[in-house]
Design a protein around this ligand. Structure first.
Ligand code: PMP
Length: 427
């Protein structure tokens, strides 16, 4: 039989991916480009990293020694730079060899950790809203996500603080069972901007001890918090270090989200298990940019970088808050990270507006974001993507705006937002 008589049968996709919906980033980032709208959607910087970071990258590319595989444990220079920068912050002398692991971005660090600890049916508690990658990272590794939402206190139709978004500890406790294995905790928080307090962290740690949970503390925005708030680390609380793996991101820290270098910090047994998984996922993290990140950390202090970066983001945050105040949209003032949740309950979008299929089936916030991109010229992200289906309604009146953007983009958003005013009706 000749091969051209064999009928081609479509290949069945694995159960791991068939339930994936189109992700929110691949809907709204191309839309922003296509419409040339002010893009406050995806959380990447539209400005270059600092000169000393670019120089570090250029130096390593020009160095013939940095173009081959690295040891799966990571580049010693980066591990040492991280130990030097983070030991004072973790209030202990971190062992660069066993307690620090460079990863292929925070994303892969999370994936490797889930892979290292989850068996089929193990439950992972997620605090809603959450970074959307968590779900796929958990389910692809056989885990079962369990959800507990942050609940805003007070009048959400007024400007509020991210401090007002509270985790009900009794509700959290009610979600814990003998199958619970991991709780994922994120501070400063995407998208709420919440910086969790020591009291909140102590309560979470107590429950983690009682139910013997691993705490994955996603702290990719650990260098971004706004006065008078300071970022505290759950790993520093009594009883927490032994069960906590902290996730960091070079992309968020130095404005280099495309480098895809992050790290894990934690006790030897947790980091070692993540290394076992990571070795079979990427084998090793890319060599030159681990070296460039090491040089960037080593140079950061000399350039007063972390302080200056907070100042720059404080200005960007003020600018966006002013725009929202002027337009008349209530919002949550973030204590940290670079996102603002705005409340669109008062925005009346035309009822017969035509939406593409991919938007039509989604909650109201997707429709508001699509309409706003097309008619107002500002791109935002619908945060119901960061909730489970049952709780998605909690976000139907919210949009997430990122302010890791140039003054030019923020000014353009301010100008375009003027068009929104006529759609705002007090209810
Ligand atoms: N965690 C959170 C809370 C994030 O917001 C992001 C990126 N948006 C990540 C992890 C992933 O970081 P990275 O780009 O280093 O993979």
């Amino acid at each position: 039989m000749s091969t051209n008589t064999i009928k081609f049968k479509p290949f069945e996709k694995s159960d791991k991916i068939t339930h994936f919906k189109q992700d929110v980033w691949s809907i709204f980032t191309p839309l922003a480009q296509q419409l040339k709208a002010a893009n406050l959607g995806q959380g990447f910087m539209d400005f270059p990293p600092p000169d000393f970071v670019i120089e570090a990258a250029s130096d390593v590319i020009n160095n013939p020694n940095y173009h081959q595989y690295s040891h799966p444990k990571g580049r010693p220079n980066l591990k040492e730079a991280l130990a030097k920068s983070y030991s004072p912050l973790f209030k202990r002398t971190l062992d660069p060899d066993t307690e620090i692991l460079p990863t292929a971005g925070a994303n892969e660090g999370l994936y490797a950790t889930f892979s290292a600890f989850l068996n089929p049916g193990d439950e992972v508690v997620l605090i809603e809203p959450f970074f959307d990658q968590y779900i796929a990272n958990i389910t692809m590794n056989g885990g079962v996500p369990v959800y507990v939402p942050l609940r805003p206190q007070g009048d959400t139709n007024k400007v509020m603080s991210s401090e007002d978004w509270k985790l009900d500890m009794n509700e959290l406790r009610s979600k814990l069972t003998s199958k619970s294995k991991i709780i994922v905790f994120n501070t400063p928080h995407n998208p709420v901007g919440k910086v969790f307090s020591l009291v909140e962290m102590a309560e979470i740690t107590k429950l983690a001890e009682e139910f013997n949970l691993i705490i994955i503390s996603d702290e990719v925005y650990d260098r971004l918090y706004y006065e008078p708030h300071v970022h505290e680390r759950i790993a520093n609380l009594p009883g927490a270090w032994e069960r906590t793996i902290t996730v960091g991101s070079g992309g968020k820290t130095f404005g280099t989200t495309g480098w895809r270098v992050g790290w894990l910090i934690g006790p030897k047994n947790l980091v070692g298990a993540a290394l076992s998984a990571q070795t079979r996922i990427v084998f090793c993290v890319n060599t030159p940019l681990q070296e460039a990140l090491a040089s960037s950390f080593n140079a950061a202090e000399k350039h007063n970088y972390f302080e200056k970066n907070i100042e720059a983001y404080t200005r960007r945050r003020e600018k966006l808050m002013k725009v929202l105040t002027d337009v008349g949209l209530p919002f949550t003032i973030p204590q940290g990270s670079y996102f603002i949740l705005a409340n669109t309950a008062k925005v009346q979008i035309p009822e017969d507006y035509p939406y593409p299929e991919v938007i039509q089936q989604r909650p109201r916030d997707f429709k508001v974001c699509y309409w706003m991109a097309k008619e107002i010229g500002v791109v935002a992200i619908p945060p119901s993507e960061f909730y489970c289906k049952e709780n998605a309604h909690l976000a139907e009146n919210l949009i997430r705006l990122a302010f890791c953007k140039t003054d030019k983009t923020l000014d353009e958003a301010a100008k375009n937002f003027q068009k929104l005013k006529r759609y705002i009706k007090d209810v």
